[in-house]
Design a protein around this ligand. Structure first.
Ligand code: PLP
Length: 399
C-alpha cells in the first residue's frame, strides 16, 4: 500500500511491522515522497501534455496526460493510503467519476439498484442519460433493509448507495447492504463524499467501490471540482483507468495539487466540521421556529444507533425545516449574512442551500416529496468559522 506515484517505497512510511500508520499521518505522507528530481517536499504540478520517451516503447510510466499524470498519480496514491485501498483513479468532477464507473461496469440491459435519496446529478445521469443506453435504474428506500433485500431479488449489476444521503442525511447500513449485494452477485458502490475516510470506513464495512466528489471535504476549500473512484479489486481499478482514458475524464494536475494540499488537514477539518455541526444542530433543535432538524449525532435522529456504529462522528451537514414552510425557508436563505447561499458543501466557508430549487431541482417534485426532500428543506454545510458566529447568523436570519 505504501508505494509512491513513481513506484518507489515512501521512505518515511515504509511499514517495518506492516502496521498501518494513523489516519492523520497517512493524510500527510501516505503514498508520497519528496520529488526525486529536486527534493521538493510537495509533489510538483507536472503541467505537461506529453512525456518524452527514451526510445520506442521505452517511457518513464507516463505517455500522455489523458492517460496519466504524475501529480494526479500522487493524489491517487495518497487517497489509496487513506481509504486503505489500491491507488484511486481521479477525475475532473465527481460526476465524471460516477459516469466512468457506470460506463465501465454496466452493459445495455443491466440494472442498477440505487438509494432513493442521492445527489440529484446521480439521479439525472441514470434517469435522463443512461436510460437511453439500455441501463435500468430502480430507486429504493435503502434505509429499509426488507425493501433493499427485496430489490435485489431481480438480477442487478450494481447497488449504489450514498450514506449519509444528500440532502436529508438518511443513512444506509453499509454492512447489511454489502451482504445483500454480494448474495445477489452485485457490486456495492458507496458514495463516501459526505464523511470521507476520516469518518467512515466504507471498505471495512464491505464496499467494493468507493466514490468521492473530491470537490467537497477531500479538497475542502471551494477551490476545485474533482472526483475519485477507489477499489481493492485490481481488475476494477484497471477498468476504471481504461474507461477514463477512453472517454477523457481525467483530473487536471493543478486540481490534483490543490486537492493534495487540502488532504493534509482532512482529519482536523472533519473533526471541526463535526463539532460545529453538532453545536448548530443542537441550537436549531431548541429554536421555536425550527420544526425539524436532521443530524446523525442528535439523539432525535431516527437512525442514531446506526450512525454511531458505522460513523466516527456526525459530519458537517445539517438539514432543517422552519415553521411556515417553503416561504419561511426561503426567507431564511435570503437573510443569512455569514452563511453563503451557494451550491456546494464541505468547504471552509459555511454554505446554505435550498435543495428543491438548487441541487435536487432535476428530480420531479412528487418524487422529491416522497424521498423527504420537502420544498422547505434547508441544507447547511457547516464551515470552519467559529460556531458561535454561524449560530449568531442563523439567529438573526430566523428572527
Ligand atoms: N456525490 C455527492 C454526494 C455530491 O454531493 C455531489 C455533488 O454535489 C456529487 C457526487 C457530484 O460531484 P461533482 O459536483 O464534483 O461532480
Amino acid at each position: 500500500m505504501f508505494v509512491t506515484a513513481t513506484g518507489a517505497p515512501a521512505r518515511a512510511l515504509r511499514p517495518q511491522t506492516e502496521e498501518v500508520p494513523g489516519f492523520a499521518t497517512r493524510a500527510i505522507h501516505g503514498g508520497l515522497r519528496a520529488d526525486p528530481a529536486t527534493g521538493a517536499i510537495l509533489t510538483p504540478i507536472y503541467q505537461s501534455t506529453t512525456y518524452v520517451q527514451e526510445a520506442v516503447g521505452k517511457d518513464k510510466g507516463y505517455t500522455y496526460s489523458r492517460a496519466g499524470n504524475p501529480t494526479v498519480a500522487a493524489l491517487e496514491y495518497n487517497l489509496g493510503a487513506l481509504e486503505q485501498a489500491l491507488p484511486a483513479v481521479c477525475f475532473g468532477t465527481g460526476m465524471a467519476a460516477i459516469t466512468t464507473l457506470l460506463l465501465g461496469t454496466l452493459r445495455a440491459g443491466e440494472r442498477v439498484v440505487c438509494s432513493d435519496v442521492v445527489y440529484g446529478g446521480t439521479v439525472r445521469l441514470l434517469r435522463q442519460v443512461l436510460v437511453d443506453f439500455g441501463v435500468r435504474a430502480d430507486f429504493v428506500d435503502s434505509a429499509c433493509l426488507e425493501e433493499l433485500q427485496a430489490s435485489l431479488r431481480e438480477p442487478a449489476r450494481l447497488l449504489f448507495i450514498e450514506t449519509p444521503a444528500n440532502p436529508t442525511l438518511k443513512l444506509t447500513d453499509i454492512a447489511a447492504a454489502a451482504q445483500f449485494a454480494h448474495a445477489a452477485g452485485a457490486l456495492l458502490v458507496v458514495d463516501n463524499t459526505f464523511l470521507t475516510p476520516a469518518l467512515q470506513d466504507a471498505f471495512g464495512l464491505g464496499a467494493d467501490v468507493v466514490v468521492h466528489s473530491t470537490t467537497k471535504y477531500i479538497e475542502g476549500h471551494n477551490a476545485t471540482v474533482g472526483g475519485a473512484l477507489l477499489t481493492r479489486v485490481p481488475a476494477l481499478r484497471e477498468r476504471f483507468g481504461f474507461v477514463r482514458k477512453s472517454v477523457g475524464t481525467i483530473q487536471s494536475p493543478l486540481e490534483a495539487w490543490l486537492t493534495l494540499r487540502g488532504l493534509k488537514t482532512l482529519e482536523l477539518r472533519m473533526q471541526r466540521h463535526s463539532a460545529s455541526a453538532l453545536a448548530v444542530a443542537e441550537y436549531l433543535e431548541a429554536h421555536p421556529r425550527v420544526t425539524r432538524v436532521s443530524y446523525p449525532w442528535l439523539r432525535s435522529f431516527p437512525q442514531q444507533a446506526l450512525a454511531r456504529r458505522q460513523q466516527r462522528a456526525g459530519g458537517g451537514i445539517v438539514a432543517f425545516e422552519v415553521e411556515g414552510g417553503t416561504e419561511a425557508g426561503i426567507r431564511v436563505l435570503n437573510n443569512v449574512r455569514l452563511c453563503a447561499l451557494a451550491e456546494n458543501l464541505g468547504a471552509a466557508e459555511t454554505l446554505i442551500t435550498h435543495p428543491a430549487s438548487m441541487t435536487h431541482a432535476s428530480i420531479p417534485a412528487e418524487e422529491r416529496r416522497r424521498a423527504g426532500i420537502g420544498d422547505g428543506l434547508i441544507r447547511l454545510s457547516v464551515g470552519l468559522e467559529d460556531s458561535s458566529d454561524i449560530i449568531a447568523d442563523l439567529e438573526q436570519a430566523l428572527a
